[in-house]
Design a protein around this ligand. Structure first.
Ligand SMILES: O=P(O)(O)OC[C@H]1O[C@@H](O)[C@H](O)[C@@H](O)[C@@H]1O
Length: 302
């Protein structure tokens, strides 16, 4: 394993920094490159020797692009802003330390802060980056706890994996809820999610402040109109048919719940082009001092 630890810098990290034998003659090495994205925000580009590519912004630790065979499987809304002031609406935003509305800002501050790049590695031709977030005056003003979050992103040929670890670095316990609010590129009329049948649901339609309890009876969850539903104790693998010819497996470890969302006509400009299927932890994770919690997501396109 070639490992490279570094602090943030705009100088590109090129393949030459990885001292590995290239098992794919004629193809590029895995690389991790620091660059500038939209709004001059720091962006990191991961390239696999197999041709897949991912991009992420340090602002919000938001993965905004995941391309396999040059096809982007994630979606960034056309109304997304890249100004470091508002969350990036698209890709894989974090909801942390609160999923949805509540005592602090909607979906928490994790998507609204600058994360730091702590390391970059090349493991068996897989580019990997790890980002971190710690409490600061901005987070403390709304959630007065010391924490350390690490977010590891690994790109493989057809898989994008993320591992989130949250550690309580305070001297008192805290609890949080969280989610990866993944926007998948889709044709909403053809998209469906399987694997949710039998789950207990909390349907936020029609009243998001008063979700209705139910049970999913369908083999395929589709998007005929406004959809906003939490699936409790969801299985650890779901399948998304994006309606564009791709089947995506959404596997997880320790993300206990799932959320399915499409805003329909409330986002007239873009709702036809994406669906959100989110791995979530909607029940509170309670951490004592020094304790940590980890959850993993693997997105794999067939
Ligand atoms: O517009 P935001 O803050 O990114 O949230 C979008 C949606 O996120 C989903 O996860 C919620 O279930 C919805 O209720 C919410 O509307």
């Amino acid at each position: 394993m070639a490992a490279l630890s570094m602090t943030w810098s705009f100088s590109p990290l090129t393949s030459s920094k990885f001292r590995r034998v290239n098992r794919y003659p004629g193809m590029a090495f895995a690389s991790v490159k620091s660059t500038e994205g939209l709004g001059n925000l720091p962006k990191v580009v991961l390239t696999s020797p197999h041709g897949s590519e991912a991009e992420l912004y340090l602002f919000g630790a938001c993965v905004t692009s995941w391309k396999v065979h040059s096809k982007d499987l994630l979606f960034v809304r056309p109304d997304a802003v890249f100004n470091g002031q508002k969350p990036i609406s698209g890709g894989i935003p974090h909801c942390f330390p609160q999923f949805g509305p509540g005592p602090i800002q909607q979906h928490g501050f994790g998507r609204n802060m600058n994360w730091s790049l702590v390391s970059s590695e090349n493991v068996e031709e897989k580019p990997i980056v790890t980002l971190e977030l710690k409490d600061g005056p901005y987070s403390r003003a709304m959630w007065d706890y010391s924490f350390h979050a690490l977010y590891k992103i690994t790109l493989d040929k057809k898989t994008l994996s993320t591992e989130l670890t949250v550690k309580n670095t305070d001297n008192k316990p805290f609890s949080f809820t969280t989610a990866l609010h993944t926007y998948f590129r889709a044709s909403v009329t053809g998209a469906s999610v399987s694997g949710l049948k039998g789950c207990k649901t909390l349907n936020k339609v029609p009243d998001p402040t008063n979700p209705v309890e139910g049970k999913e009876e369908r083999d395929l969850v589709t998007f005929p109109g406004f959809v906003d539903s939490v699936y409790l104790d969801a299985p650890n693998e779901l399948q998304l048919d994006n309606g564009l010819g791709d089947k995506i497996s959404i596997k997880n470890t320790n993300w206990s719940d799932a959320v399915v969302w499409n805003p329909h006509l409330t986002m007239e400009q873009s709702y036809k082009d994406f669906v959100c299927v989110e791995n979530a932890k909607t029940g509170k994770v309670q951490l004592e001092p020094e304790q940590s919690w980890t959850a993993v997501q693997h997105l794999t396109v067939a």
